[in-house]
Write a protein that binds this ligand. Structure first.
Ligand SMILES: [Zn+2]
Length: 286
């Protein structure tokens, strides 16, 4: 088993997000959103989306988003009924684990772009209306202020000590399963410095042999997750930051009860350690 698929792994289909000012043609996919909800059409348990009828709806707006293997996806703003019969708004969280995978990925990626447009209607510098640029995914104001899509880098760190993996549970969240040390990159630091800082802050450990593993776009929180493996350096005594974590424990490889979810990078990294396949991804220490 070479790869464990996660939400953005849609091969053999191909995601292409080159910017274009194209207009929809009959049959193109329409992504419509309302707050935290997406307009989804369920067919035999598989998710699908409304399609463009060939005639624009009065008052609706269509913004090209991306392509998946020749199929074009448009942001569909101000939809009004008829073309969307049989489809319902549901929380975007439902895209976690939904099938087919490429439609789930399209749905959540479209929602990130929808949220970005919605949250940047006015200029943060002077308060005027923002204008959509014609050449790239950018918003600009007459005052000169420009805004690009928001992507916040964050690290996931699998801290290891021989056959033990440091596993955590987060305080004050619904998510109760074990996770790994994680945190956002702060202004002024490299991503490797984020790894060292977050591990020290959350569990009081120093790390060495930090190795990049893989990254994952995580549209639910405008995040680009960057996964690293690292080894505990010196003491392995955990000093827990209780404002962030409710628990952090060393778990022996043989006692990890996590099962593959096919969605998150955290899950894939835990599974890779559990199956003793950390050394075979071929990345150099940084
Ligand atoms: Zn402005």
């Amino acid at each position: 088993m070479e790869l464990i698929a996660i939400i953005q792994d849609i091969e053999p289909l191909r995601f292409r997000n080159e910017y274009s000012q194209a207009s929809p043609v009959k049959g193109d996919v329409l992504l419509a959103y309302r707050g935290q909800e997406a307009l989804v059409c369920l067919k035999d348990g598989a998710i699908d989306f409304p399609r463009f009828s060939g005639e624009p709806q009065p008052g609706a707006a269509y913004t090209y988003l991306f392509e998946i293997s020749g199929v074009h996806y448009y942001l569909f703003e101000n939809p009004s009924g008829t073309d969307t019969d049989g489809c319902v708004f549901q929380n975007v969280r439902a895209f976690r684990g939904a099938e087919p995978r490429h439609q789930a990925f399209a749905g959540i990626t479209g929602w990130q772009l929808f949220s970005w447009y919605r949250n940047n209607r006015y200029c943060g510098a002077c308060g005027r209306n923002m204008n959509r640029d014609g050449k790239e995914r950018m918003l600009s104001c007459a005052c000169g202020h420009t805004v690009f899509p928001k992507i916040s880098p964050a690290v996931i760190v699998a801290v290891t000590d021989g056959d033990r993996l440091l596993m955590t549970r987060y305080a004050g969240r619904d998510y109760k399963r074990y996770a790994l040390v994680a945190g956002f990159t702060e202004i002024g630091e490299t991503i490797e410095q984020t790894v060292r800082r977050e591990v020290l802050e959350e569990v009081g450990l120093h790390v060495k042999n930090i190795r990049y593993y893989k990254s994952q776009p995580w549209s639910f929180s405008d995040t680009l997750l960057v996964g690293f493996f690292a080894e505990a350096d010196g003491s392995t005594d955990i000093v827990l930051d209780t404002t962030e974590l409710s628990e952090a424990v060393w778990v022996h490889r043989s006692e990890i009860d996590t099962v593959l979810d096919g969605i998150s990078l955290t899950n894939e990294m835990i599974m890779r350690f559990k199956e003793n396949r950390v050394s075979d991804f071929g990345s150099e220490p940084v």
